[in-house]
Design a protein around this ligand. Structure first.
Ligand SMILES: Cc1ncc(COP(=O)(O)O)c(C=O)c1O
Length: 460
């Protein structure tokens, strides 16, 4: 990429001085445009630890949080009246736009009929078959977060295989599921750096290997002690890493040969199409997990099981000691979730909407790549359906270690704030941009232009 000498003075081909300069001028412009917000949250939100109601709100690189007045479709307006084209979309929770009209109607309808009662509603009758048809697995459960859907699936996987270990790919994120919080550092499995209050050695029960490494996968599964591989079809939680041709075939073949179950977490890759990456590329997982946008922004998640897993789980339940399974949260499978999920599946996650999203995402991909080429930046663009990322390093990336090295936090932060000042909001963590059904061609054009203007400043 660049020599170690130049990496001391530059990041992603841009000098550190220029990055610092951009950060400063853009930070000042951000403040100037937000006098009301600065007065209200410039020193944090009162009453909250660390000045924010959720700690990751401090991870946004803006000088203080954008205090939102309202969001509609693919735009957010802050309390100072600044309108932003929203390509972050709640980091996928609002992937189908803010308050999609069918979901808003369903929420209004359900609001007068009770919000949670630990009993099914008639919408639940529709959801089971909808999930079967859409995602191809025959048995489903509802949870409230993708984290929980993953956690519960892994519990079932361990129960039915009688195996303790799981396997994850380096650089993964599947929510705050403790047992997945491992990393390969210098080729050695370790607890993920930064974990708070974690005293257990998580590598005792979790194996971690690099994505796209079939030989390592074969070696890790051969002892037949892994209950389940949990994987995103594309690594999206570091800089984006696409699967090599044949990788998913090898993953399925090796898991089957060793009696290991396979969980495909589609929480982000649902950007691929109405049935996710799984349907588009014919994956055959034992478990399928989807959270975030499945109910159009109302907290909900789904986890599906194959026939075989379901029947083994039923057998297991018949023989296990009576008592609490360790799964379930009180507000899961509530009628508001079902109403919102039904509207999302039936009226929002449609093939027509996905066609539109894909088309605009292709345009965005080509536009950003054009800018990168024009300024001869050592960067690239990666895309999985409606999910697009620019990465401030050459690509494509092949695994989590490469993705970690490609990550350029200081440069990404400066670009992020500069884009906000030009009316565009992208995800704060890894330059991610989502296209929703509500996103317009004009918004994509504005994003490409804003990216071009920022690139011109950096490359000048
Ligand atoms: C692939 C994947 N799975 C699961 C999760 C967890 O989702 P939640 O925070 O809604 O539990 C995330 C969150 O970013 C994710 O990216």
């Amino acid at each position: 990429m660049h020599s170690s000498d130049s990496s001391k003075t530059s990041i992603g081909g841009i000098s550190r001085d220029r990055i610092a300069q951009l950060r400063e001028t853009e930070g000042a412009a951000f403040r100037k445009a937000r006098p009301k917000s600065q007065a209200k949250v410039g020193n944090g939100l009162p009453g909250f630890f660390g000045g924010v109601p959720m700690h990751w709100m401090n991870d946004w690189p803006t000088p203080f949080p954008i205090l939102v007045d309202s969001a509609k479709g693919a735009a957010i307006t802050d309390i100072d009246g600044n309108r932003l084209d929203d390509f972050c979309l709640g980091d996928t929770g609002s992937m189908f736009g803010h308050s999609p009209p069918p979901v808003a109607r369903a929420i209004r309808r359900q609001a007068g009929r009770g919000l949670t009662y630990m009993l099914p509603s008639e919408d639940a009758l529709a959801i089971g078959p909808l999930l079967q048809q859409r995602f191809g697995l025959p048995f489903w459960q509802i949870a409230t977060t993708a984290t929980d859907a993953n956690r519960f699936s892994l519990r079932v996987a361990r129960a039915v295989t009688g195996r303790e270990k799981i396997l994850v790919f380096n650089g993964c994120y599947h929510g705050s599921v403790d047992e997945t919080m491992v990393r390969l550092i210098g080729g050695k499995p370790v607890n993920r750096p930064g974990l708070a209050g974690e005293f257990r050695d998580l590598t005792r029960t979790a194996k971690v290997i690099e994505f796209n490494d079939v030989a390592a996968l074969e070696a890790a599964l051969k002892d037949r002690d892994v209950a389940c591989v949990i994987a995103e079809p594309v690594l999206t939680n570091s800089c984006m890493v696409l699967a090599d041709p044949g990788f998913h075939d090898a993953l399925r073949r090796l898991t089957r040969e060793t009696g290991t179950l396979l969980l495909i977490d589609e929480t982000h890759t649902i950007s691929t199409g109405p049935g996710g990456y799984t349907r588009k590329y014919g994956l055959e997982p034992d478990f399928f997990v989807l959270g975030k946008p499945i109910a159009g922004g109302v907290p909900a998640s789904v986890w599906g099981m194959s026939d075989e897993v379901a029947s083994r789980y039923a057998d297991y339940n018949r023989t296990k000691k009576p008592g609490y399974s360790g799964m379930g949260t009180t507000l899961s499978a509530n009628p508001l979730q079902f109403a919102a999920m039904r509207a999302t599946l039936e009226e929002v996650m449609t093939a027509e909407n996905y066609d539109r999203m894909d088309h605009l995402a292709q345009r965005l991909d080509a536009g950003l790549t054009g800018v990168i080429d024009r300024y001869r930046l050592p960067w690239h663009v990666a895309r999985v359906g409606a999910r697009v990322e620019f990465i401030c390093a050459p690509g494509p990336l092949r695994n989590g270690a490469e993705a970690e090295t490609a990550h350029a936090p200081e440069l990404e932060a400066a670009i992020h704030v500069a884009l906000v000042n030009r009316g565009v909001l992208i995800a704060p963590f890894h330059n991610m941009m989502l296209i929703s059904p509500a996103t317009s061609g004009a918004q994509v054009t504005r994003l490409i232009a804003a990216f071009g203007a920022v690139a011109a400043k950096l490359a000048a």
